[in-house]
Design a protein around this ligand. Structure first.
Ligand SMILES: [Zn+2]
Length: 557
């Protein structure tokens, strides 16, 4: 659970959105079981099914259910129906599927004589696996035609839920899902009601998300479940303004962008550029996270900022939101502003729950501690994070050297972790913890005489534009598959007019990164964001730290 947040209690029934999520390799593993190729022992069976271990990922308004591990059936006996001949069942199914497409949305119709059940031995193995991982369970079966569940499907899953709930770890989720060979999905989440004499509360998923690098598909797919009315909540496309991008990736691609909710963490030099560019690209919703106010010292690289914003001490998130709103090409563009920190655990300032509502996160934080948190979040909650940063050198006279380094990296399920990509190191995290006055943006320049001096901030807007441009390139590669895949870190050395590129792929052998897809069960390395408290005079700074920090500033002077 994200600790100490209101999200702790967000049930599927209370959530605005419910997602069914697959890490890419788990999805491929499951497809082999459900749709076996010729020669597989289960090839040719009518309907198939499987149990899988399920994790919950709780955001502020969205509850996501991540399929984290497939429990493989060992024989066709595992998939046999209880006490019913195959012929009876397929007959009842085919009648149901005839009406499936026209009456989609009618959950009460009882078109099937029996529900889908697995052998007791397989069921026991599934519970054992869920318990050993600390997760919940999902029952999945295939169906010809549509993915609408019958009344019997719902009732039989409810029976299994009532039977299993006390045997699964406390609070573990339970769900049932149906898929077909067209890749449509439906999922029901079963939750206890307040009155135990009532049946379970059943909530349907509205979207399915598959996340991770793939050979032929975008690394991030977000699509409505079979239950979703395609017109109900989709963001429209203002096609005249999007003519040139539609020529590049089609109306389908443009609609994909319009369906995305993207987090922008850090609204400084890189984030302010991303705010405008992502909005113009046609992304449907942006969530801006930053705790910093605009100051004279960073006016020279805050895209879209006005002097009055500095005089009025506006938050960087507010400026980013304004810029995005007036630039957006998606018809029903939405924004959310989070005045807080990725690192902080205090529910008042915690940004994690809002980021767990996002489909993808762009990080321009340029600090190790938030990058460490995003690294774990990306893997555990299956939300890809694209990070970008730059490094400029000053010589010992405080003069900017010609060499500039630009770096972008991606992490999430299927990508190497940020720590192995050297996006953050433990040394940097420790150093930042001891130096709360040293904000990320000051880190742009290494060396020089006095890093604490406010007015020595360099002008780096051009370098920021390169970082933001490369991040967008990777964003399009992940969401639309239109750019060449670069799965690891991309480093760009800028010196005079030459550029040098180098890349890093893969995790180290002794990598201890967070487990993929375990959702709320992974404890994020959040805590107190001293940098935020140091920066903000409207937030409480415990006495001890205040003294430490001011002593340190005195030392630097
Ligand atoms: Zn690693």
């Amino acid at each position: 659970m994200p600790q100490g947040t209101a999200a702790d209690w967000l049930t599927a029934a209370d959530a605005d959105e419910v997602h069914l999520v697959f890490p890419r390799d788990i999805h491929e593993d499951l497809m082999k079981v459900l749709f076996p190729s010729e020669g597989h022992p289960f090839y040719g069976m009518g309907e198939r099914g499987a149990f899988a271990v399920l994790a919950k990922s709780t955001g502020n308004y969205r509850a996501s259910y991540i399929v984290e591990d497939v429990v493989h059936p060992e024989s066709s006996d595992d998939l046999e129906l209880k006490g019913t001949a195959w012929g009876d069942r397929s007959e009842s199914r085919s009648i149901g599927s005839l009406f499936g497409s026209s009456s989609n949305g009618d959950v009460s119709s009882d078109d099937s004589i029996v529900g889908y059940e697995f052998s007791e031995a397989y069921h026991e193995r599934a519970i054992e696996r869920a318990r050993s991982r600390g997760g919940g369970l999902i029952r999945i079966h295939t169906q010809p035609g549509g993915v609408r569940e019958s009344g019997t499907d719902t009732a039989s899953a409810a029976r299994v839920y009532e039977n299993d709930r006390d045997r699964l770890p406390g609070g573990a989720p339970f769900a049932a899902a149906i898929t077909n060979d067209a890749g449509d999905w439906s999922m029901r989440v079963y939750e206890p009601t307040r009155d135990p004499s009532d049946g379970p509360e059943v909530t349907r998923a509205d979207h399915v998300r598959v996340v991770g690098p793939a050979t032929d598909e975008p690394a991030l797919e977000v699509r409505p479940t079979g239950w979703r009315d395609a017109d109900a909540d989709s963001v429209g496309v203002a096609s005249a303004e999007q003519d040139s991008t539609i020529q590049l990736w089609g109306a389908d691609g443009q609609a994909r962008l319009a369906d995305l909710r993207v987090g922008v963490v850090g609204c400084g030099g890189v984030g302010s550029i991303l705010a405008e560019h992502l909005a113009r690209l046609g992304v449907g919703e942006l969530v801006f996270v930053d705790f910093d106010h605009l100051e004279s010292a960073n006016f020279n690289r805050a895209q879209g900022a006005r002097r009055i914003d500095v005089r009025q001490d506006r938050l960087k998130t507010e400026v980013a939101e304004r810029v995005a709103r007036r630039s957006a090409t998606a018809e029903n563009f939405e924004t959310r502003v989070v005045d807080g920190s990725v690192v902080d655990q205090n529910p008042e300032y915690a940004a994690v729950p809002d980021l767990l509502d996002c489909d993808l996160i762009m990080s321009g934080v340029d600090a190790a501690r938030p990058r460490q948190v995003l690294d774990v979040l990306a893997r555990a909650h299956c939300i890809p994070v694209i990070d970008g940063g730059s490094l400029l050198h000053a010589d010992d006279q405080g003069v900017l050297e010609k060499e500039a380094k630009v770096e972008t990296a991606v992490t999430g399920p299927g990508w190497p972790c940020f720590e192995c990509q050297r996006v953050w190191t433990q040394d940097d995290v420790d150093w930042e913890a001891d130096h709360p006055e040293f904000r990320g943006e000051r880190g742009y320049v290494q060396g020089g005489k006095d890093p604490a001096e406010e007015d020595r901030d360099p002008s780096v807007i051009g370098v920021n534009a390169i970082v933001a441009g490369l991040m967008q390139r990777r964003f399009l590669a992940i969401t639309l598959d239109v750019a060449r895949k670069t799965e690891g870190t991309l480093r760009l050395g800028l010196r005079d007019v030459e550029t040098n590129m180098s890349s890093t792929w893969g995790c180290e052998e002794d990598c201890e990164a967070a487990t993929i897809g375990v959702g709320d069960r992974e404890e994020l390395p959040t805590g107190t964001d001293w940098a935020m408290r140091y920066e903000r005079d409207d937030m409480e700074m415990p006495e001890q730290k205040t003294r430490d920090a001011s002593d340190l500033v005195d030392d630097l002077r």
